[in-house]
Design a protein around this ligand. Structure first.
Ligand code: AGP
Length: 610
């Protein structure tokens, strides 16, 4: 996902812009750039590659001025090159623009502009927008931006400057987040509040189709028809997440976030478990007990790791709340026309709260008049604000592209939600209290599971050269098999697939040979014997077996080539505990392969393009 930072104020802009971009690096990018202005001159600096390349370039070629915009680009149209990096400028060089999103009708617009004589210098969709603004610009930048955006189909978060209006930044959003920051030394614009920590005291989140105009002392937000918009000014502290977003003593954000899981789980449960009534409580569901009682179906929709958490949620809701659940990929759900009746609730799961497919699925559900809920980590994000109600994870900023603590926190919140729903139905207070006791013990169980790290390093060393890996589990651990496979492939670039363990017999076992290790999730439980048989089937075909098993399980040791022990917890919480070795295994293998663990190739932390 691209990142945007703008500043107009009473100090040099480029250090502010570069620091803001540094805080947005976690979103994933492949080039970066900035433009500042002095008087009526624009100073454009942009480079492909990491932010360090831009820093070096700016150090060698300073960009003076107290007014500027900047960008980290995650390529959608056109490769990661200097000329495709943002900001883009108009032919006359009097307009500069940065953009996060996709202009879906850029080809048609580009043809029209080229027919009128415009020369293009990049392969991007964004450049079209820059020339459109220039086309309409006659000294009124906000008016020119409004006219240009009226022609655009797609999504955008933009920041624009004009040589003729020094000190002015115009921003606008549709689908890609944008926040105004109000500070003592100027006014800011950014893709998310984390870029403004320490700079701005107050923030104003733009809503879709709003346009803002910032100068060093003033700011205003207008609707798409340029009428003044009503917005709320809030303290930035509410949006900065609960934990600090530095690595601390850890070499990578991902490892830090894996080790933060016991605390993240405690934060997710804090103030929400109610032993008096043997249930859970949430402040932001905005659904009364009567409405909850009437829910007769839940559709969970998400992407990636959040989708895997939702699959665990399906088992949890059916077992604890006896509520039927369907889990849908958001990118598919938004185009389907499922027969959703009156008492169906659509529950979106998302760490970032900005995933375009999930946001679109939520909006489609709202358009159809359904109650929508969100389980989200990023406070104040688009999905969190647009859902009818929801639950924050309180996991703190998750910077590593590979999601870890968000997954286990999502499963924890889903367990509490299932408890809450179950206790409005058939779950007895004794059963409810057992769930509460199990949840309270979870942070310590995960802390104990982290003790497997040294063992995981040994296993990783043995299998880092694999080219194909299978992950297999049953029941609550089938979704974790999918998640373990995703972790490995997205940071080590090894192909991996997750399957229900029994499904091996129906085709995938043809893949098994001595070079194809299988990771079995086989802690003690009601399907233990069945999974043991599946392990034997793999062994009989010469396939190496890595088992995540209950500590001290001698049966597993007698079959598996490598065993990683986890503490015993009730089956419905095994996905949380058994996630730890899988996260660590992916991390250690990726590290041994020299991969960029926090910023894996081709990926972004939050995918705001469809
Ligand atoms: C997970 O490790 C990936 N980074 C990715 O699949 C991610 O889970 C997905 O893009 C959904 O993101 P969200 O939870 O922020 O919506």
């Amino acid at each position: 996902m691209c990142g945007i930072v703008g500043f107009t104020g009473r100090r040099e802009a480029s250090p502010v812009l570069l620091e803001g971009l540094r805080r947005l690096e976690y979103r994933g990018y492949d080039s970066a750039g900035l433009v500042t202005s002095t008087g009526n001159e624009l100073h454009l600096r942009k480079k492909a590659g990491r932010l360090a390349e831009l820093r070096k370039h700016v150090a060698a070629h300073p960009a003076p001025g107290c007014h500027g915009i900047s960008h980290t680009r995650w390529a959608t149209h056109g490769g990661a090159t200097d000329r495709n990096a943002h900001p883009h400028t108009s032919t006359a060089g009097d307009i500069a623009l940065v953009h996060n999103g996709v202009i879906e009708n850029y080809a048609a617009l580009k043809q029209q502009l080229q027919a009128a004589g415009t020369q293009f210098r990049s392969d991007t969709d964004t450049e079209v927008l820059c020339h459109l603004v220039a086309h309409y610009y006659q000294g009124d930048l906000i008016g020119a931006v409004q006219k240009a955006l009226a022609l655009v189909k797609g999504t955008y978060g933009i920041a624009v400057m004009a040589k003729g209006e020094p000190g002015l930044i115009v921003g606008a959003r549709l689908g890609s987040p944008l926040v105004v920051g109000i500070g003592t030394d100027g006014t800011y614009l950014a893709s998310d509040a984390n870029a403004l920590a320490g700079f701005a005291d107050k923030v104003v989140y733009l809503s879709d189709r709003q346009i803002c105009a910032l100068t060093e002392t003033e700011w205003e937000v207008r609707d798409h028809d340029l009428a003044p918009a009503s917005v709320s000014v809030q303290d930035i502290g509410a949006f900065l997440g609960d934990g600090d977003s530095d690595k601390g003593d850890f070499p990578h954000y991902m490892l830090k976030e894996i080790y933060e899981q016991p605390d993240a789980l405690a934060n997710a449960m804090r103030g929400r478990l109610d032993s008096a009534d043997s249930t859970a409580h949430f402040g932001g569901l905005n659904l009364g007990a009567q409405q909850l009682r009437q829910i007769d179906r839940v559709i969970m929709t998400a992407c990636g790791t959040s989708y895997h958490a939702a699959l665990v949620g399906e088992y949890l809701f059916e077992e604890l709340a006896r509520v039927p659940v369907e889990v849908e990929y958001a990118s598919e759900f938004r185009y389907r026309n499922p027969p959703i009746d009156r008492n169906t609730v659509v529950l979106a799961l998302t760490q970032s709260g900005e995933t375009a497919d999930t946001l679109a699925a939520l909006r489609e559900s709202k358009r159809m008049g359904h109650t929508t809920l969100a389980i989200c980590n990023a406070v104040g994000s688009s999905i969190a604000r647009e859902a009818d109600g929801g639950v924050y994870l309180h996991a703190g900023p998750e910077i590593g592209v590979a999601s870890t603590k968000a997954f286990t926190s999502q499963v924890c919140v889903l367990t509490m939600l299932a408890l809450y729903l179950g206790r409005t139905r058939h779950l007895s207070s004794i059963q409810g209290q057992h769930v509460i006791d199990d949840l309270r013990a979870l942070p310590d169980a995960v802390r104990k599971a982290l003790e497997c790290h040294d063992r995981v390093k040994e296993v990783a060393a043995r299998y880092a050269g694999a080219t194909n890996v299978l992950y297999l589990g049953r029941q609550y651990l089938y979704p974790l098999a999918l998640e373990g496979a995703l972790k490995l492939k997205e940071i080590s670039y090894i192909h991996a697939e997750g399957y229900p363990a029994a499904e091996m017999k129906h085709g995938p076992i043809a893949l098994v040979d001595e070079n194809t290790p299988s990771v079995f999730l086989v802690p003690r439980g009601n399907v233990f014997d069945k999974v043991m048989s599946n392990m034997q089937e793999i062994k009989a075909r010469g396939g190496p077996v890595i088992a995540v098993a209950s500590a001290g399980d001698r049966d597993v040791v007698s079959v598996a080539d490598d065993v990683i022990a986890v503490p015993d917890v009730p089956e419905y919480l095994q996905p949380v505990v058994a996630a730890v070795p899988l996260q660590l295994l992916a991390y250690e293998i990726a590290l041994s392969r020299g991969c960029d663990v926090d910023k894996p190739r081709n990926l972004a932390k939050s995918v705001t393009v469809e």
